[in-house]
Design a binder for this molecule. Structure first.
Ligand code: MG
Length: 449
């Protein structure tokens, strides 16, 4: 049985996530680790966070694992704290999912998300119920504490040119989506000499401001505030703040692939490597070429990108959804580090965000989904590979058809009963034409099964 999805174990409270299920997850993870190991546990501000975390911790303690509970903290802060102080980490978060969801994310001792292989070992222990329950006098020790959030902010400040940023005296509006970054990003900005106006920056697991996914329809207040006020920048995080999304000084939403391309442009030097999933913009490829750097593509999924980056010693990496991985900081998506980096780029170039974005290679991107039952997905994929065997394709994840100045990627979702079509082209017309053409082909193939 598969417990872990693309981003940890996710479930609905009271349905999938019950105390006995969660305690067993804790027991399985505890058994996988050696007795006496220290696990760092942190969480986002979801209402169910205490229930979920305590159940998992109970399972861990029963297998002789010690736990340090650092409370509410952004996902990258828990990852950093795990790397520095623990043998393993657990984050209780469902990222951007609605409030009825929660999740358990497992972090290896190096601060990076667990590899699929390691997840399989935990799933195997869970399934066979081969738990190492220790006698009473070897029960693990629970201790609250650890100032993970301050440590995290300090570490970011070590990795950017603070003086340069301070000199610009930026004014920034930030929307933390009532998530974990409420406890870190506004303070980071203050340390960078930024005048901060905050929106939804009180942690609240009901997400009263808006859903915690940083997409345009959820960021209207932020966009209006930036447009009407005299701001240099608008910033938004998702609920657990491993991602960052920007609004330019005119109030325009900047898609994540653009901010990724922007940071790539200023980080990559001759001979460097950038790692990104096959779904990423051609702008990355163009920028890498201009800077003498190389792109290494992976399957979609942040943990895969991070692990590949370690393997190939990449300088930078990330995803189109606002997830940036900056190795000087750590090998995981890091929303606040991405924010500090963009401020540094603005400070060192003296340009505002809209100018910086306009200077990038311009492409149009689109994404749609087509329903497809989970049990049909493999057959459909085989048929797609056959269908496009004559064309220039990349089959690392789904099928990517690459043309002159355009591409289309058709891949099954790992979490939902759908296929996704991603496309990119130089003009809007070409983009629409591509999506329409490949949607028809995909629907016809799905109908065959
Ligand atoms: Mg997230």
């Amino acid at each position: 049985m598969r417990l872990f999805g693309t981003n940890g174990i996710r479930g609905v409270i009271g349905e999938d996530f019950t105390p006995d299920f969660l305690a067993k997850i804790g027991m399985a993870i505890g058994t996988y680790l050696s007795e006496g190991s220290t696990v760092i546990a942190g969480r986002d501000p979801r209402v169910s966070g205490d229930m979920v975390q305590n159940a998992v911790i109970s399972g861990l303690l029963s297998t002789g694992i010690d736990v340090i509970d650092i409370g509410i903290a952004p996902t990258p802060a828990v990852q950093l704290y795990t790397k520095n102080h623990g043998d393993f980490g657990l984050i209780i978060t469902a990222s951007h999912n609605p409030p009825r969801f929660n999740g358990v994310k497992a972090i290896a001792g190096d601060g990076t998300e667990l590899s699929r292989n390691e997840e399989r070992k935990i799933e195997d222990i869970y399934q066979k119920e081969r738990f190492r329950i220790v006698p009473w006098d070897r029960t693990g020790i629970y201790s609250p504490g650890g100032d993970a959030n301050s440590e995290y902010v300090r570490r970011i400040l070590d990795n950017v040119n603070v003086e340069k940023i301070k000199n610009r005296k930026f004014k920034v509006a930030i929307d933390c989506a009532n998530g974990a970054s409420s406890l870190t990003s506004p303070y980071l900005l203050e340390e960078l000499g930024v005048k901060v106006v905050s929106l939804n920056c009180q942690p609240d697991g009901r997400f009263p401001g808006h859903e915690s996914e940083p997409k345009p329809e959820n960021l209207n207040d932020l966009m209006i505030l930036v447009k009407e006020g005299d701001f240099d920048l608008g910033v938004a995080h998702d609920g657990d703040a491993d991602r960052v999304i920007f609004v330019d000084e005119k109030g325009n939403f900047i898609p994540g692939d653009k901010s990724l391309a922007l940071v790539a442009k200023y980080i990559l030097e001759n001979g460097d490597i950038i790692v990104t999933p096959v779904s990423s913009s051609m702008a990355i490829e163009e920028i890498a070429k201009m800077n003498g750097a190389k792109v290494v593509y992976t399957k979609v999924g942040a943990p895969i990108v991070a692990r590949k980056m370690i393997e190939v010693k990449a300088k930078f990496g990330g995803e189109e959804n606002g997830g940036m991985i900056i190795p000087e900081m750590q090998y995981c998506r890091d929303g606040a580090m991405g924010l500090a980096k963009v401020l540094e780029i603005m400070a060192s170039t003296g340009k505002n965000l809209s100018e910086l974005i306009n200077d990038l290679p311009q492409y149009h991107q689109g994404k749609i989904s087509v329903p497809c039952a989970n049990n049909k997905k493999d057959d459909v994929l085989k048929e797609l590979e056959k269908e496009f065997s004559e064309e220039n394709t990349i089959t690392i994840d789904g099928v990517k058809i690459v043309g002159e100045n355009w591409w289309v990627l058709i891949r099954p979702s790992g979490t939902e009963p759908i296929y996704r079509i991603y496309a990119e082209a130089k003009t809007k017309e070409k983009l629409e034409e591509l999506i329409e053409k490949y949607r028809k082909i995909l629907e016809e193939i799905i109908q065959k099964f």
